[in-house]
Design a protein around this ligand. Structure first.
Ligand SMILES: *Cc1c(COP(=O)(O)O)cnc(C)c1O
Length: 513
């Protein structure tokens, strides 16, 4: 007789197991592969090898390797069940602010699978990969045109990696001026994404925080107050992480340049302005573009990102290798930094080719006017959510038009016994991935909602109605809907702080009992 598996969680608060298997209908429990595998089972059927004399000596394995054994169907089911636990933009609305979880058109996927792109090897001779170089160059041209910047480094593999690339170029430029010892501070606004101070610190800069004004934006005067001869750069996000456009950005750039610093713009929110405003016109020196946020390539659990960095005339000489150079009619990939001011190589090979193909497919499908429309629709969607919820939820910087994401705080929850975290967890019971919470830090109990342009009005209306119902419930004192949430998910509320501080990353076999 088989016992009920040990991991089964009770469905109700009276600790009654809901089912024998732990499955909830077709939402199936899935233990670790090591827990379900049996050494005697295997997906292949080959004869034992004939005895061979190895020369491993003392290194020879004396115990079995301990791989989980499963049949082919069991293996398939294991991974398919795991994949079904992965919430994705293809499963439902994904309002995670700052992340721009937009639809990835299937036409991109189809084109990325063309043999000529998908089967390229990064070491094959350049002469056999002319089309790939051409594609990278066309994408680079689009990125430079959309940003009005003269150069772009294509190889960074994510936004944070792009920050590293841009800040390494800035560090090299400062070194070339002979100011490494004296310029070692980076200004970072209070509302910044955590990757900004992390990047600065990783490169040995110290961080000076610029306070946000009461309206959630950065004043040029606040930057001027923080400027000194030790300032190497500012890292400023526009639109910022409160979903607001930094209106004084040109004055900020001027003040910084006058003081001898460089302007790093975090371009993760480019989806709000692509085709509408050009960051080069703001006076920036470097900006990463998350292809996975702005140009619809998959991200999160869905695949690798890409974070090309556009660079100003002043920083272009320090760009990493490899880069593409036009030689008459043909393109050449320059892979050797020798004899240039390039800070060197940032990654193996040339960047995320699959993402380049998808991003360019998206751009060409939309055209310049279509990209502008997508940006405007993203802003419209966020403002539709804002206007539809403003009578029940509060916003930290007053009720005004936002960009592509809308920021709420928890002032409206005060006295209800429900916290931002409870509210977010209750959204899971309703089938929604929660919005970003407790970020940015400038808003108390922040809830940052980014619907993106790819949601239909019907989809937004259902989302809004759900949040309105949860808000009504919280205000009516129905705490039981919130504090135990999620009640209907395969796992209940987990101790996230403990999980982050003491992660258990290694599976260990339980001693046989
Ligand atoms: C997403 C994001 C980043 C980091 O980008 P990744 O591609 O996740 O590394 C940096 N800054 C801001 C404002 C972001 O939203």
């Amino acid at each position: 007789m088989l016992d009920r598996p040990a991991v089964v969680e009770p469905l109700d608060d009276d600790k009654t197991p809901a089912t024998f298997t732990g499955n909830r209908g077709l939402d199936q429990e899935e233990p670790l592969i090591f827990e379900i595998g049996r050494v005697d089972a295997t997906g292949v059927d080959i004869d034992d090898p004939a005895p061979i004399a190895t020369r491993l000596g003392a290194l020879e394995r004396t115990a079995p390797i301990g791989l989980p054994g499963l049949t082919e169907p069991e293996t398939m089911r294991h991974y398919v069940r795991l994949s079904r636990k992965n919430y994705s933009i293809d499963a439902g609305l994904y309002p995670l602010g700052s992340c721009t979880m937009k639809h990835n058109p299937r036409s991109n996927e189809k084109i990325a699978r063309y043999e000529g792109f998908a089967d390229l090897h990064p070491l094959q001779p350049q002469s056999t990969a002319r089309g790939a170089l051409e594609l990278m160059q066309i994408l680079a041209d689009w990125l430079m045109t959309l940003t009005n910047m003269p150069a772009v480094a294509m190889s960074p593999k994510a936004g944070a990696h792009g920050e590293l690339c841009g800040m390494m170029a800035i560090k090299s430029a400062i070194a070339a001026r002979g100011e490494s010892a004296t310029r070692n501070v980076v200004l970072i606004p209070q509302s910044a994404h955590g990757t900004n101070p992390a990047t600065a610190a990783l490169l040995g800069f110290s961080v000076r925080v610029v306070p946000a004004a009461p309206d959630g934006t950065v004043r040029a005067q606040a930057v001027k107050d923080a400027l000194a001869p030790d300032v190497a750069a500012i890292m400023l996000t526009n639109p910022n992480t409160c979903g607001l456009f930094e209106r004084e950005i040109v004055d900020i750039a001027d003040a910084l340049h006058e003081a001898g610093g460089y302007f790093y713009c975090d371009g993760a929110n480019f989806n709000a302005i692509a085709g509408v405003a050009r960051p080069g016109d703001f006076g920036i020196d470097a900006m990463h573009i998350n292809l996975h946020k702005t140009f619809s390539t998959p991200h999160g659990g869905g695949g690798p990102g890409a974070g090309p960095v556009v660079l100003s005339e002043r920083l272009a000489p320090f760009a990493p290798v490899p880069f593409i150079r036009r030689n008459g009619d043909s393109l050449q990939l320059v892979e050797d930094a020798e004899g240039t001011q390039s800070f060197g190589r940032l990654t193996a090979f040339h960047g995320q080719m699959g993402m380049f193909v998808r991003a360019l497919a998206y751009m060409l499908a939309h055209g310049g006017d279509g990209l502008a429309q997508a940006s405007k629709d993203a802003v419209l969607s966020a403002n539709y959510v804002r206007a539809s919820l403003r009578d029940v939820m509060t916003q930290p910087f007053g009720d005004r038009i936002c960009m592509h994401e809308v920021l709420f705080d928890d002032a409206w929850l005060r006295g209800t016994g429900v916290t931002t975290l409870d509210f977010a967890k209750a959204m899971i019971d309703e089938g929604y991935h929660p919005m970003t919470i407790y970020f940015p830090l400038v808003a108390h109990g922040a809830m940052l909602v980014e619907p993106t342009e790819s949601e239909s009005k019907a989809s937004l209306d259902l989302f809004i109605a759900t949040l309105r119902d949860l808000a009504r419930s919280a205000k009516a004192g129905e705490v039981a809907r919130f504090t135990p949430a999620p009640r209907l998910a395969p796992r209940r509320r987990v101790d996230e702080a403990l999980a982050a501080r003491k992660p258990v990353l290694r599976w260990e076999a339980k001693a046989a009992s």
